[in-house]
Design a protein around this ligand. Structure first.
Ligand code: AMP
Length: 166
């Protein structure tokens, strides 16, 4: 699809590995499984987006995660004469996610992947701060829930079936 993939989690982890001031600031939140404050996250996202002035589009992965972030994204895109085409949510039962993330933790080196307690704390953050965005995008007819249980091929097909209608 020639889209640029921006994962805010990956960008934060890159800053952490380079020991930049942003990485040092974000580290304590990320290791606890809390969201990094909106102002920091939004500034970082804008900075990333502005590095690609001539692209066809973006896949934002793990962003927006709060109402303020969604509003900031709408405003940023509006300034560029663009809009969000779709919000795609991969839906997976929590017990399966715990197993997947613990497995990932064996090789990811991520502090936040290492215990069921930390993983469940992150689900709590999702429930209280992010889930509300389903409404935000449903009101705009942009929300698409996708069953995230299955093989990589099956899930890829479910995703492309949606993207191809946009
Ligand atoms: P992820 O790689 O998407 O699982 O994100 C890992 C961690 O990075 C999250 O638990 C947050 O601490 C932080 N993070 C990533 N994206 C965001 C965001 N959009 N807003 C706030 N914090 C974020």
């Amino acid at each position: 699809y020639q889209l640029i993939h921006i994962s805010t989690g990956d960008v934060f982890r890159h800053h952490m590995s380079q020991h930049t001031p942003l990485g040092q600031m974000a580290k304590s939140y990320i290791e606890k499984g809390e969201l990094v404050p909106d102002s920091v996250t939004i500034d970082m996202l804008k900075n990333e987006v502005n590095q690609y002035p001539d692209v066809k589009g973006f896949i934002f992965d793990g962003f927006p995660r709060t109402t303020s972030q969604a509003e900031a994204l709408d405003q940023l895109l509006e300034e560029k004469g663009e809009t969000i085409s779709a919000m795609i949510a991969l839906e997976v039962p929590e017990d399966i996610l715990v197993k997947r993330i613990l497995k990932r933790g064996e090789t990811s080196g991520r502090a936040d992947d290492q215990s069921e307690e930390k993983i469940r704390f992150r689900f709590g953050q999702y429930q209280t701060k992010t889930l509300i965005l389903k409404d935000h995008f449903q009101k705009q007819n942009k929300f698409h829930g996708v069953d995230g249980v299955g093989s990589i091929d099956e899930i890829t097909q479910r995703l492309t079936a949606i993207i191809d209608t946009l």
